[in-house]
Design a protein around this ligand. Structure first.
Ligand code: CA
Length: 242
């Protein structure tokens, strides 16, 4: 049985782990101290390079990410995270509260955005909300290679072209994208997409037919396949071969 370490499951036993990326030492220290008082486990990074190193070493439930860092834009860190397929919620901080920054942050894959200066209580409330949110409902744009799904508009685009999908196909695609890099079993699709908890009659055939149609639409005329079959088990979405 393949399970994903969703926040809900992990939080019952271990404190949530938060990575705070902030270059200003005073702010960083007080954020870390305050968040620890909320009983969260906190790691810190003072610049983009440290943040990337931390993200490659450990798994976090949430990243609080300052936008302006001495060695680059926080958006680059965010992109790095999302390119690897991680759906970790990210709360962006910025001294600039302009709409453009907010839009850039959210389109870059951030889940929330807080303009400085902010009240610490507000930061805690936002963190709490993001940690509560199941992994399966974070993010707005999901990507894999040149495929992008806008989960709000429910529109899929690959390369330059929009791919017409049925509502069910959008649901499946979103699910595969959220679990990209991992094996998605038929049981998972049945439970989470078809919402059938009891297998009175197996949906395997229905699922296989739907998947065949979806793959034809997504990968049919493409050189690179994104949806792969894991023989006897299910499917995996990703850029890697196999
Ligand atoms: Ca800064």
């Amino acid at each position: 049985m393949i399970t994903m370490s969703t926040s809900a499951a992990a939080h019952a036993v271990t404190p949530s782990s938060i990575l705070v990326v902030e270059d200003e030492q005073k702010t960083r220290d007080s954020l870390a101290e305050g968040l620890r008082l909320e009983t969260w486990s906190v790691a810190t990074a003072a610049n983009a390079a440290e943040a990337v190193a931390q993200l490659e070493r450990g798994v976090f439930d949430l990243v609080v990410l300052d936008r302006m860092l001495p060695d680059g834009d926080g958006l680059a860190v965010l992109r790095h995270l999302r390119t690897r397929g991680a759906q970790t919620p990210v709360l962006m901080l910025s001294a600039r509260g302009e709409l453009d920054d907010r839009v850039a942050g959210l389109e870059g894959g951030a889940d929330d955005y807080l303009a400085k200066p902010f009240a610490f209580a507000e930061l805690v409330a936002r963190c709490r909300a993001l940690l509560r949110r199941p992994v399966l409902s974070t993010g707005h744009f999901l990507r894999c290679g040149d495929l992008q799904l806008d989960t709000r508009a429910r529109v899929a685009v690959r390369g330059a072209g929009e791919i017409p999908l049925s509502p069910r196909e959008v649901d499946i695609l979103e699910y595969l994208l959220r679990y990209q890099g991992q094996i998605v079993t038929r049981e998972m699709l049945e439970r989470d997409v078809w919402k059938q908890s009891r297998r009175m009659t197996s949906l395997d055939n229905v699922i296989d037919v739907q998947m065949m149609r979806l793959r034809r639409k997504i990968d049919g005329e493409q050189a690179e396949r994104l949806i792969h079959t894991v023989r006897g088990i299910g499917y995996r979405m990703g850029q890697e071969a196999g």
